[in-house]
Design a protein around this ligand. Structure first.
Ligand SMILES: [Zn+2]
Length: 176
């Protein structure tokens, strides 16, 4: 258990996101408080990130260039040696596979303040026979939902296609 510095509640460790640099490796605010904080401060957070990146972009890309060759060989050696394990991992970890697939697919609908650890948990805990659905679709003519935890729900494939058909018939959503 751990105390949240914002709401002052004691919560389970899984209620906190990962932060490598902190003492216990977890964030100071619980996921709920953090999402709220980031939502409230998203403009200043994104401004800070952008200016930080701008000021340091030369340094950052220099560092990347420097590190990449060093790791490239290790990575490919690792991948080669663990080929079977890796493919088994993705086969047996449907949740993580879907998390990564959607991270890529929904990259434009993902605000930079989103808590990826929270998203991961949603995909990992998707019950058998269900899919993770975006309540407001990511893309349609009128609305664009976000790839955020509160826009996700578990649906069976049947419910999902019913919903889809209904939305297609709904003029407010237009064409997907
Ligand atoms: Zn809290």
């Amino acid at each position: 258990m751990k105390l949240c510095n914002k709401c002052g509640e004691t919560k389970t460790l899984t209620s906190f996101g990962v932060q490598k640099r902190s003492k216990d490796g977890l964030q100071y605010y619980c996921r709920v408080c953090r999402a709220e904080h980031q939502q409230l401060n998203k403009e200043s957070i994104s401004k800070y990130r952008k200016s930080h990146y701008k000021e340091n972009s030369a340094k950052i890309s220099e560092r990347k260039k420097e590190l990449y060759p060093r790791y490239k060989e290790t990575i490919s050696r690792y991948q080669e040696a663990n080929k079977d394990n890796i493919s088994n991992y993705w086969k047996s970890n449907r949740g993580m596979r879907n998390y990564h697939y959607n991270k890529y697919r929904a990259v434009e609908a993902t605000p930079n303040w989103v808590d990826h650890e929270w998203l991961k948990l949603i995909y990992i805990h998707c019950p058998k026979g269900y899919t993770v659905d975006h309540i407001i679709p990511l893309q349609s003519d009128i609305v664009c939902g976000l790839h955020v935890p509160w826009n996700l729900q578990y649906l069976t494939p049947v419910e999902n296609s019913k919903k889809h058909n209904k939305l297609i018939g709904d003029k407010r959503y237009g064409r997907f």
